[in-house]
Design a protein. Structure first.
Length: 284
């Protein structure tokens, strides 16, 4: 039996959670993933539109770090004044679809859609992001890598809403960059997408965070490559990014856009280019 059609647009988180607790609702934020996946002229079933909740949008910096409301659009994120460590995330924001998609699509929707090729995932993993989940039972926080459970799968429990992304204050240090490989510049699903964040002290890599998307069932950190870079001089860092270490961390996938072998080589080359740029003083 088809679900009863209904539409609600609550203005408060409490109101949304009360409705969601009844079950059977499909959440609608920007709709840039939901609408294309609908094989009808209009959405069907019970639609819970969360775009009217002001407390889900905007950025706030405090002693703990940066809080990004889940309803914050890519356009708003790209236009914000943020530390160089978030240059990768802002670069990704400018490459999510076209301008119309960036004006409507939200960071929370991108994460909940859990596409292996989601452009927002590598920069957020390099920032050691956590997600804030709310339900009528309270609030819980999860590391982003624990939230993404698989292709199109998350750890979101029934009755929960992703309300914010948190970047810890320590992760606001350093510089970062984002590189994406696709068949064209915009409006394309990535063949490989990488984010690198480096913290430099006295000419050496004090900290490295590297993440790759679109090359495995979920976006992944390259912890072995990170460990190889940390402590190295900036001039030696690029040579320490080895193809074998990248491929071993990713277990690359093959599909209509590229083979697994090509993805492994491409990801390693993109990481090297990013490390070269950051070691030379560039970011963004």
């Amino acid at each position: 039996m088809a679900a009863e059609a209904a539409y609600e647009r609550p203005e408060s988180l409490a109101g949304a959670l009360a409705l969601l607790a009844g079950g059977g609702w499909t959440l609608l934020a920007g709709g840039t993933d939901l609408y294309p996946a609908t094989n009808r002229r209009a959405l069907s079933g019970r639609i819970l539109d969360i775009t009217g909740m002001e407390d889900l949008s905007g950025l706030r910096l405090d002693r703990e770090g940066l809080r990004i409301g889940a309803g914050t659009t890519w356009a708003a994120l790209a236009a914000a004044t943020l530390p160089p460590a978030l240059a990768a995330l802002q670069a990704a924001a400018r490459e999510v679809g076209g301008r119309q998609i960036q004006n409507a699509g939200t960071i929370g929707g991108n994460l909940c859609n859990a596409s292996p090729a989601a452009d927002g995932l590598p920069p957020l993993l390099a920032l050691e992001a956590e997600v804030e989940l709310a339900s009528q039972d309270g609030i819980r926080r999860l590391a982003l890598e624990d939230f993404i459970a698989g292709p199109r799968q998350t750890a979101l429990a029934p009755g929960e809403i992703l309300v914010a992304v948190h970047i810890p204050r320590a992760a606001l240090m350093g510089r970062s960059t984002f590189l994406k490989l696709g068949a064209r510049k915009y409006l394309v699903i990535s063949i490989a997408a990488i984010a690198v964040r480096l913290l430099e002290r006295e000419g050496r890599v004090a900290l490295a965070r590297i993440a790759v998307g679109a090359c495995s069932p979920v976006a992944r950190r390259l912890t072995a490559v990170e460990a190889a870079l940390e402590g190295a001089s900036l001039e030696d860092a690029t040579g320490l990014v080895r193809d074998a270490d990248v491929a071993a961390a990713l277990a690359p996938i093959g599909d209509v856009r590229a083979s697994a072998a090509y993805r492994a080589v491409a990801a390693a080359e993109l990481v090297r280019r990013a490390v070269t740029a950051l070691a030379g003083g560039a970011d963004g």
